[in-house]
Design a protein around this ligand. Structure first.
Ligand SMILES: [Zn+2]
Length: 225
C-alpha cells in the first residue's frame, strides 16, 4: 500500500494532473479543481422564453424555448472547457456538463434531440461531434432519441470565430441540408455554444421551411454574453 502511494506520488511529480482553468495540481482525473468546479458560471436558467439564449434567437427564427447551462466569455472557464471538449479530445467534459444540466431542465416531453452536425472532414480529424457526449447523456437520462438522421453538413466552412454575424450568416446558410426523413413533434436543436445565433437559426429555418408544424426548442452548453 505504502509502495503504491509512493509510486503514485512519483507519477504525480512527473505527470501532474492539472485543473484546466487555474493550472493547480489536482488529485483526480477531473477537468477542474474543487474551487473552479464550484465557481462555474452557471446560468441557472429554465428551459423557457425568459433568458438571453431565447432573446438572441427570437429575431431570427421561431422557437418555443431555449436553455444554456453556462455563460461564455472570452477566456473564462467555459471557453477553456469547450476548447478542451472540442479540440483536445476531452469528450468526458460533455458528459460531466450534461449531468449538471439535468438539474435545470426536464426533457421528457420532447420527441428528440437534433444535434448540429459537423462536417465529415472535421469528424474524421476530431473523432467525435463535440455536442454528442452532452446530447447522448441528456437523451439517455430523459429517455428520448438523439436524431442524427435529420440535419446534414454539406459544406466545410473555414473557422467562424472571427467573422461578424452578417458574414457568418452568408457563409453558413449553404452549409446545412436535410435528409429525406419525416419529422413530426417537438424537437431540441443542440449545439455547444450560442454566440451570434447564425448556425442555430439557419438550422431552425431550414427545418421549418420543410416542416412548418414542427416545434423547435434550443439547448446549448454555453451562451455568449
Ligand atoms: Zn482550478
Amino acid at each position: 500500500m505504502e509502495i503504491l502511494a509512493i509510486g503514485r506520488s512519483i507519477f504525480d511529480l512527473f505527470f501532474p494532473i492539472r485543473c484546466l482553468n487555474c493550472d493547480s495540481v489536482i488529485s483526480q482525473r477531473n477537468p477542474l479543481c474543487v474551487t473552479c468546479a464550484a465557481d462555474l458560471p452557471l446560468t441557472h436558467w429554465n428551459m423557457d422564453q425568459y433568458n438571453l439564449a431565447f432573446e438572441k434567437l427570437k429575431p431570427f427564427c421561431k422557437i418555443q424555448s431555449a436553455h444554456s447551462l453556462l455563460f461564455f466569455r472570452h477566456e473564462n472557464v467555459t471557453q477553456k472547457l469547450l476548447h478542451h471538449l472540442k479540440y483536445l479530445n476531452h469528450p468526458e467534459i460533455g458528459y460531466l456538463l450534461a449531468e449538471k444540466t439535468i438539474f435545470d431542465v426536464d426533457l421528457k416531453k420532447f420527441d428528440g434531440i437534433i444535434p448540429i452536425p459537423i462536417h465529415p472532414k472535421k469528424l474524421k480529424k476530431r473523432g467525435y461531434n463535440q455536442i454528442l457526449p452532452y446530447a447522448i447523456t441528456l437523451a439517455e437520462h430523459f429517455q428520448i432519441p438523439v436524431r442524427e438522421d435529420i440535419l446534414i453538413r454539406v459544406e466545410n466552412n473555414p473557422s467562424q470565430v472571427f467573422k461578424n454575424r452578417e458574414k457568418r450568416l452568408n457563409s453558413i446558410q449553404n452549409a446545412f441540408g436535410l435528409t429525406n426523413q419525416n419529422l413530426e413533434g417537438h424537437f431540441i436543436i443542440m449545439d455547444d455554444v450560442l454566440t451570434t445565433g447564425a448556425t442555430i437559426s439557419t438550422c431552425v429555418n431550414l427545418i421549418h421551411a420543410k416542416f412548418p408544424k414542427v416545434k423547435i426548442s434550443v439547448m446549448t452548453i454555453a451562451c455568449g454574453v
